[in-house]
Design a protein around this ligand. Structure first.
Ligand code: FRU
Length: 913
């Protein structure tokens, strides 16, 4: 999923990047061009429109047009504001020549300035564009002097006296009039360029006595028309007066049609040419070549050319319209293109996303297919393995069943003769004990074989219910009684409470199977209930069901193990012996009765097994009901050795007490095994040659080992409380016992257990069943081959090599022992007790450990150390022998002499001679 998101993110980024690139491609700098118009009228409107249209052809131009309405102050302000705004270029048509300071400031600030149409007095501008007004005035003068009759009188109506076109046109016209006698200027007037202004001026002229005139030359067409209106007002014959103007605008009411229809006598085209003005501006802005002075061409308009010019204008208008249509089409196409490009980009985004998603799903599909295949393969493999395992288990179980069957005959052939032998009263003592052991263990084997066969029967669905009609509450009392003897021996109280069940109540069930169930539950409880505990059996009969509870005060079972207790071969943590068949058989028998069984437990407080079965079973046939045989369970099986594989304190105390009367010539061997039978056997095997002490688990074993410091330990591996591996590790950590060799015994020959045993310091390993003679030989060998430190005071290579053989714990022990003895040699009061205290061992521990390691007693060792030092002094000093004797801790020189001679074969005096 994340990958897909990443891919989409990437594609969106790519497309956005593409959009940016495509939009930014060919991007031009954006220009702001300000236009300051001096006034508002049709001529300027036309100019502004042409500027706007021209600006459209450049996508990067923003036009800001402002008009001052013939107000010089306002125009000055407007120009200053444009300059403050840092426009890119300023186009000014200055209303009056005096406007220049504002323009100068903008120019000096670095803003290019185009002066248009009118001029100022300043030279501070970038370029000028406009018509030649002097030439216009002059041409008009020349035309009138040739077109008007000799002696024609002209009134010159000038534009605003302070504006440059008025001044220039007047100069041009006057220059001709002065030279041509045909015309004369009879009156020179000034108006403000407007029609109304001109009307007022002429109206005022005609309202007073005035010089006659034949022609009025106004500086623009609007003023000519104003003058005409005034003449009409004063009743002049306007057909006899020639009205001339300038501008010759082509639209209706403009100079051109007015000349054409004879209203005006002549006009002069005063070109607007907004396109050329903007072209010049763009050339300046884009750094192209441009001319500083640009003259726009113009032409005189008379009745001779007015029509043609009008037609030309129409054509131009038409062309312009056509052009603008084309332009708008181009714009539309450009718009369409942009829209399409936008949609295309969106489409591309979606395509990329779609392709990404498609690729992802294809990948996901193949990945899934691959995983599915693998899953299928592994499932198939698993299925095959399960099949193989099932087959293997089946074969194994079949094998066990066969073996179990086969075992029955030899077991019977063992138990029969043994029983016969035991009947003979002359068999006594050890032989009787051994035979009883054989008998007990044969019974255990027979019971085990029986359980396996019963279990197989259930598994193969061959077990059936043999229904009896009986009083369960009575049977329970009987069955429980069989356990009382064993329980009493172990100081366990057995209670049976069936009071909740009607004495008359009868159950229909398989009596033998229920007895098995009870036997197994009781055996289990007895196994885990410690001395002084209690096992309570209770029975209830309610709603067609019997509920049997067997509750003990044992150590309990953890909650996570409870549901698994009834699985076949399952053994809970810390289980004491057993096969794991007993409880699964209980469950199988309960199931056959359509009942259920579960365990409730609180670790540390005890466990309760609860069996619930219906009070009747279908298919009961009274004729097949057999009376109780009391043979369902071999009563001999209810035996300590079978039920309680754990502590048998009585027996142990006995042996440990006896340990005080050891035969000192024999080595002491500690036997640790949780199985009483095994201990008995080992004891009988070893007691011929060795003193024996016993323990039933590792923990107890450690206590005994610490107290007696045996020469060797024979220890079982699988034991409750503390197993043999942990025991060995702890034994080897303790200074008092670290030197003791350990022989581990186990029923399992697992190599990893063996390795772990050796790693923890075990010296030998025997797999059960083992031969007694092999064990004896192994023990003998170990005791003999034990590293004996021949000396610990010679300081020679042999001593170092011997020490190397020891474990680290023992090496440290020898070093400390040697140091303590050396440091205290001269102290005659230094006793073995003090030595033990210093080294942290009891007298017995010290004695046994030192004897085991050196073959000498601590006393002998101390004496030897003193004598070795004394010999060195005898040989290398001049001190008197008696002085040396005292110095090495002897209180009597004669005793010193004796010991010295005993040790070295020569008296100290003789050694000096
Ligand atoms: C327009 C106008 C024209 C004239 C020109 C002179 O504002 O008055 O009629 O020719 O200005 O600058």
């Amino acid at each position: 999923m994340n990958k897909m998101l990443n891919m989409l993110r990437l594609s969106v980024l790519l497309v956005l990047f593409a959009m940016l690139v495509s939009c930014g491609h060919g991007e031009k700098k954006h220009f702001v061009i300000a236009v300051s118009q001096c006034s508002e009228d049709v001529w300027r409107e036309k100019l502004n429109e042409e500027l706007r249209i021209a600006a459209l052809y450049y996508n990067n131009v923003e036009l800001r047009i402002q008009s001052a309405n013939d107000d010089v102050r306002l125009q000055t302000e407007q120009i200053e504001r444009f300059a403050d705004d840092d426009v890119d270029l300023l186009i000014v048509a200055p209303g009056q020549v005096s406007i220049s300071p504002a323009i100068d400031r903008a120019y000096e600030k670095g803003i290019p300035v185009i002066i248009f149409d009118r001029r100022t007095r300043s030279n501070q501008y970038t370029a000028y564009i406009g018509a030649d007004n002097y030439e216009i005035g002059k041409t008009m003068g020349e035309y009138l002097s040739s077109a008007l009759p000799e002696g024609s009188r002209i009134i010159e109506l000038c534009g605003l006296s302070t504006s440059s076109p008025a001044i220039e046109r007047q100069h041009g016209f006057d220059s001709v009039a002065a030279q041509r006698p045909a015309i004369s200027i009879v009156q020179k007037l000034h108006a403000d360029w407007t029609e109304q202004g001109a009307f007022r001026v002429i109206d005022s002229l005609l309202s007073h006595p005035y010089n006659a005139f034949d022609c009025i030359f106004a500086h623009n067409d609007r003023m000519a028309m104003g003058a005409r209106r005034a003449a009409l007002k004063h009743g002049l014959d306007i057909s006899k007066i020639k009205f001339c103007g300038i501008d010759a605008m082509p639209q209706q009411g403009g100079g051109l049609p007015l000349v054409n229809d004879g209203t005006l006598f002549a006009s002069y085209i005063y070109p607007t040419r907004g396109d050329e003005v903007l072209q010049l501006a763009m050339n300046i802005l884009t750094g192209k070549k441009y001319k500083r002075e640009n003259q726009l061409s113009s032409a005189l308009v008379t009745s001779d050319n007015a029509r043609v010019l009008l037609m030309q204008n129409d054509e131009t208008v038409r062309q312009q319209y056509h052009l603008s249509t084309l332009r708008s089409r181009v714009d539309k196409a450009a718009d369409d293109f942009n829209t399409q490009r936008f949609y295309l980009l969106i489409l591309i985004v979606f395509m990329v996303m779609l392709i990404g998603a498609f690729a992802y799903s294809i990948r996901a599909y193949f990945t899934k297919a691959r995983i599915n295949n693998k899953l299928k393969e592994s499932m198939e493999q698993q299925r095959r393995m399960t099949e193989d395992m099932e087959q293997m288990t089946k074969t194994q179980l079949q094998f066990f069943t066969n073996v179990s069957h086969e075992l029955r005959t030899p077991l019977t052939l063992i138990s029969g003769p043994v029983e016969q032998l035991l009947e003979d009263p002359t068999v006594r003592g050890t032989q009787r004990n051994m035979l009883e052991m054989v008998q007990r263990n044969t019974r255990i084997l027979i019971q085990l074989v029986g359980e396996i066969l019963d279990f197989r029967k259930v598994q193969n669905n061959k077990a059936t219910l043999h229904l009896n009609n009986f009083a369960l509450q009575n049977e329970l009392q009987t069955w429980a009684d069989d356990f009382r003897a064993v329980a009493m021996r172990r100081k366990i109280n057995i209670e049976v409470d069936t009071s909740a069940v009607d004495t008359e109540a009868m159950v229909i069930a398989d009596r033998d199977k229920l007895e098995h169930i009870y036997f197994n539950l009781m055996s289990n409880s007895l196994k885990y209930t410690p001395e002084g505990g209690c096992i309570t059996t209770s029975l209830q009969h309610k709603d067609g069901f019997y509920t049997l509870r067997v509750a003990d005060t044992g150590k309990g079972i953890s909650a996570d193990e409870l549901p698994r207790l009834f699985e076949r071969f399952y053994q809970a943590k810390g289980a004491i012996g057993g096969t794991g068949i007993g409880l699964s058989l209980v469950k199988a028998y309960v199931d056959m009765h359509n009942g259920d069984v579960h365990a409730e437990s609180e670790p540390g407080k005890g466990t309760t097994f609860v069996v619930r079965i219906p009070d009747t079973q279908p298919g009961y046939d009274a004729s097949k009901d057999q009376p109780a045989t009391s043979q369902a369970i071999d009563r001999n099986m209810i035996d300590d050795s079978y039920i309680a594989a754990d502590t048998n304190a009585e027996t142990l105390t006995e042996h440990i007490t006896n340990a005080e009367d050891f035969d000192n010539d024999r080595p002491l061997v500690l036997i640790i095994d949780d199985n009483n039978g095994m201990r008995t056997y080992l004891r009988s095997l070893l007691s011929e040659k060795y003193n024996v002490v016993e323990a039933t688990d590792g923990k107890q074993g450690l206590e005994v080992a610490h107290r007696y410091v045996p020469q060797l330990v024979v220890c079982d591996v699988m034991m409750p409380v503390m197993d043999g591996i942990e025991f060995t590790a702890r034994l080897k950590e303790d200074t008092a016992t670290s030197h003791i060799p350990v022989v581990l015994l186990t029923a399992r020959s697992l190599s990893e257990q063996r390795e772990e045993g050796y790693a923890k310091g075990a010296d030998s390993y025997l797999t059960k069943p083992f031969s007694g003679s092999v064990l004896l030989a192994r023990i003998d060998n170990l005791l003999r081959s034990r590293t004996m430190l021949r000396s610990i005071f010679s300081g020679g290579a042999q001593e170092a090599a011997d020490e190397e053989q020891l474990g680290q714990q023992d090496q440290r022990f020898v070093t400390r022992l040697r140091d303590i003895i050396k440091n205290n040699l001269s102290d005659s009061d230094f006793s073995i007790e003090r030595l033990g205290e210093k080294i942290g061992l009891s007298r017995v521990q010290l004695y046994r450990k030192v004897k085991a390691l050196t073959g000498q007693t601590p006393v002998e060792l101390l004496r030897k150390a003193r004598l070795v030092k004394a010999r060195r002094m005898v040989e290398h000093t001049d001190k008197a022998v008696s002085e040396i004797a005292y110095e090495v801790g002897f209180t009597s020189p004669s005793y010193f002499n004796k010991c010295f001679k005993d040790e070295f074969g020569v008296s100290p005096g003789a050694l000096r001679d």
